[in-house]
Design a protein. Structure first.
Length: 280
């Protein structure tokens, strides 16, 4: 009997998962080195959607100490944000879920660098397959893979982004107002996510929209800025565009995309369904 690959991926959500990487991985804290290794592991704690790095303790350039020496015991970072990736997927943990919400047994640790301390920023899992490694909080440090900065979280080696040009007519409406109309869209196909329609800004009614202060980061596409459509209750942060930092996303640099979870998108006259995702 054939197996649907996405069901295998979703089926592993309850497990502690890891994958070795050959990349040289470095992290720093306020200019002080924390780790330099070529033996890192990409790790997903149970129910986690996005991974973090586990590094060999022998490659640490900073000191570890039991967590709590700095009075940071108020529970910050332990909040849980469940998320439904799709209708047929088990619930996972949204990336907003704090690092300290650990879903596998282990020991919380502080990271003590030359000039700074990162409280609760390391975790030593009690798992024999990860023995000798500590998991580091991504957001607590500045990271390099080889000689390139990475943002958001480590890239998932089983997650892919493909971008393809199309000449199909793509229209975007919200509450009956047409916000975009193009035959020059770029279609972005991303693992386990709905197709996204990236539209040249000349084909978008940006004059009807307001720039938003919201910013998000994606380790595959860069940093996004947002626009809202103030005439609709569904229009807050409805559209975004990525910056130019990643060469492998250059087809969508500066193009505008709308949440098809909320906006009404029509392709060659055919209305598209509203997908169920964390942004629904």
């Amino acid at each position: 009997m054939a197996t649907k690959v996405s069901e295998l991926l979703f089926g592993a959500f309850p497990d502690l998962r890891y994958e070795p990487t050959d990349k040289r991985v470095r992290a720093g804290l306020d200019g002080s080195p924390v780790v330099d290794t070529q033996k890192a592991l990409i790790v997903w704690e149970p129910k986690r959607v996005t991974p973090v790095y586990a590094v060999p303790e022998e490659d640490l350039l900073a000191r570890l100490q039991p967590a709590g020496h700095n009075g940071d015991g108020d529970g910050r970072g332990t909040e849980e944000f469940p998320v439904q990736l799709s209708l047929d997927a088990p619930p996972g943990l949204d990336p907003r879920t704090g690092f300290r919400r650990h879903t596998t047994p282990g020991e919380e640790l502080d990271v003590v660098a030359a000039a700074s301390v990162a409280p609760h920023a390391a975790f030593r899992p009690a798992d024999p397959d990860l023995e000798g490694h500590v998991i580091l909080e991504f957001g607590a440090f500045d990271w390099l893979e080889d000689h390139e900065e990475i943002i958001g979280h480590p890239r998932d080696p089983f997650h892919r982004v493909d971008i393809r040009a199309t000449l199909r007519r793509v229209e975007v409406m919200l509450d009956g107002v047409k916000l975009a109309d193009t035959v020059g869209a770029q279609l972005l196909y991303e693992t386990l996510l709905p197709v996204r329609y990236y539209i040249p800004p000349a084909d978008v009614r940006l004059d009807l929209m307001e720039a938003s202060p919201r910013r998000t980061v994606c380790p595959y596409k860069g940093e996004a800025k947002y626009w809202s459509f103030p005439e609709s209750t569904r229009g807050k942060n409805i559209a975004w565009a990525y910056d130019y930092r990643y060469v492998d996303a250059q087809q969508i640099h500066g193009l505008v995309c709308f949440f098809n979870e909320r906006a009404d998108i029509v392709v060659d006259g055919e209305p598209q369904e509203h997908p169920v995702t964390p942004w629904s």
